[in-house]
Design a protein around this ligand. Structure first.
Ligand SMILES: Cc1cc2nc3c(=O)[nH]c(=O)nc-3n(C[C@H](O)[C@H](O)[C@H](O)COP(=O)(O)O)c2cc1C
Length: 165
């Protein structure tokens, strides 16, 4: 059972959670379809006096269609036993396969947002700012090591609720 906690009660180290544990970014279209993908870049903090998370989705991801259409994005975090699930969701595209069938994940539809029963923590956000990474913005690092024209879309989302098992 999930219980709602305050952002101040979240006891996650963001570097471990995002960079090592990884997360699923999930969004749902108005027609009810949704997609999810693994991400290990992103973060959380405070901006414009709001608690926010930010995540980065390349335009060629199928998930991008969903994060573009929806104003709601969820981040789902899992225990280590779900590493293979995260590997599948990070290597296969929802365009080509049914990730839910392949992983056995159980989606929960909750007032227009989707997250997963198996998650240990879910952070639900509402977009407040989006932009595209720009080549001209790079200082002292070479973007060509990261991009071949496929600059990430950045989503900054106000944290609306955090659910923890
Ligand atoms: C550990 C890991 C981290 C990833 N992080 C990101 C990320 O932050 N942003 C991104 O656009 N893709 C990231 N990816 C790649 C997508 O998860 C991958 O391309 C996925 O198959 C996209 O699925 P989709 O086409 O169904 O959206 C990551 C993959 C892995 C394995």
């Amino acid at each position: 059972m999930f219980k709602r906690i305050l952002p101040e009660e979240l006891d996650k180290n963001v570097f471990n959670a995002v960079g090592r544990q990884w997360m699923l970014i999930t969004a749902k279209k108005a027609d009810g379809s949704f997609n999810t993908m693994t991400a290990s870049w992103g973060g959380m903090g405070v901006l414009w006096n709001k608690n926010v998370f930010f995540c980065f989705v390349r335009p060629q991801r199928y998930t991008h269609e969903f994060t573009e259409e929806s104003n709601e994005i969820t981040l789902s975090f899992f225990e280590e036993e779900y590493r293979d699930t995260l590997k599948i969701c990070g290597s296969k595209s929802g365009r080509d396969c049914d990730k839910i069938a392949e992983t056995g994940l159980t989606p929960i539809n909750d007032n227009g947002i989707v997250y997963f029963e198996q998650a240990e923590t879910v952070i639900c956000g509402r977009k407040i700012y989006t932009d595209t990474i720009k080549e001209s913005g790079f200082v002292d690092i070479d973007p060509s090591q990261w991009y071949k024209g496929d600059f990430h879309t950045v989503y900054i989302c106000e944290i609306k609720q955090i659910l923890k098992k």
